[in-house]
Design a protein around this ligand. Structure first.
Ligand code: PHE
Length: 357
């Protein structure tokens, strides 16, 4: 065995023996670093005769390549090993009981979200979703709100930057665009709810720039206003967990429904608290009506054959009423004291059989 072979054995053994990143790095410096054995040998080439150099040069170069490759391979292997070790120590046993010191809570909005899904699920509704960043078409035009329609102003819309083709995306101002997306994607009969975030440039005690709505849509051949009223009454009784709720149906106007009505819930304020179902104060919780034929047409549904109703309800509003929370803005301030007071245990999943709240 010549000198280079012996050296290669030594270097490769050293690399293979490196048990961690620092010792591998030390092996690399010793072999290939400025003062490493291989560069030192290469310096010696200059003093050789051309014949010797012709023979030694390629040998040294290929040695250098093999050592470099061996180091890279070892580095990969060490990384793998480290990851394996980390995964092994970081496993979580999900069957362990909750730690008593874990004090996180479920936000009232999330809890109400789950309650609402339970109730409508029981009534035969499926859950649909749509994007927060929405096309103007779905948020407005298809909902019978053409460009220049005054209703666009009422929505305090957040617009995204204009694109080269002149179109602008919007943060959806309501969950109603999910009506359009659903009707375009599936044939009637349709029975869905679409809970989610909505955005309007508005802020006071009962408005925040981001808030939650739940859309409802039923499309069938014989669905009428009486069904709408029944569904809303059933929902309110189940949600507020009472036999009777004070509800007020008011004639109203939305471009996407005809006729339209808004629904208020009766309540009373008592020392900063809210009492539901008593008193003479009203809080508007939803808008609703029979889906406008233009909306059906824009969504590819034949208005001569199908009709139906839609509603859009403020989730945060009904959470305020049910859980006596006086100021909507506090919902989104992430104040730990507030969250501990109004939050729910992570283990209290609302179910109709086990109780909602
Ligand atoms: N999208 C309306 C709003 O945000 C509510 C609504 C939905 C009204 C569906 C009628 C039908 O105010």
């Amino acid at each position: 065995m010549n000198r280079i072979d012996t050296l290669e054995r030594e270097l490769l053994d050293g690399i293979a023996a490196a048990a961690d990143e620092p010792s591998l790095e030390a092996a690399r410096v010793a072999a290939l670093g400025k003062k490493g054995v291989i560069p030192e040998l290469m310096k010696g080439l200059g003093a050789m005769t051309p014949e010797e150099r012709k023979q030694q040069g390629p040998l040294l170069n290929s040695l250098k390549d093999r050592v470099t490759d061996a180091i890279a391979a070892r580095r990969e292997a060490l990384k793998e090993q480290a990851l394996e070790a980390r995964l092994a120590t970081e496993t979580v046993d999900v069957t362990l009981p909750v730690r008593p010191e874990a004090r996180g809570t479920i936000h009232p909005v999330r809890h109400v979200y789950d309650e609402v899904i339970q109730i409508f699920g029981d009534l035969g509704f499926a859950v649909a979703e749509g994007p927060h960043i929405e096309d103007d078409f779905y948020n407005f035009t298809a909902l019978n709100i053409p460009p220049e329609h005054p209703a666009r102003q009422e929505h305090d819309t957040f617009y995204l930057r204009e694109k080269p083709d002149g179109t602008r995306k919007v943060l959806r101002t309501h969950t109603s665009p999910v009506q359009i997306r659903t009707m375009l994607a599936q044939e009637p009969p349709i029975r869905i709810i679409a809970p989610g975030r909505t955005f309007r440039s508005d802020s006071d005690q009962t408005h925040t720039p981001m808030f939650h709505q739940i859309e409802g849509l039923v499309i069938d051949e014989t669905t009428h206003l009486g069904h709408l009223k029944w569904v809303l009454e059933e929902f309110c009784k189940a949600f507020f967990e009472v036999d009777k709720v004070k509800m007020r149906f008011r004639a109203s106007h939305f471009p996407f429904t005809e006729p339209s009505m808004e629904v208020d819930i009766g309540y009373r304020r008592e020392g900063g608290q809210i009492r539901i179902g008593e008193g003479d104060s009203w809080l508007e919780i939803l808008g609703s009506g029979m889906v406008h034929p233009n909306v059906l047409i824009a969504s590819g549904v034949d208005p001569a054959r199908y009709q139906g109703f839609a509603f859009g309800m403020g989730l945060d509003r009904i959470a305020m009423l049910k859980y006596g929370i006086p100021d909507l803005r506090a919902f989104f301030e992430a104040d730990l004291r507030w969250l501990r007071h109004y939050g729910f245990s992570a283990l209290d999943l609302p179910t109709l059989a086990g109780g909602l709240s």
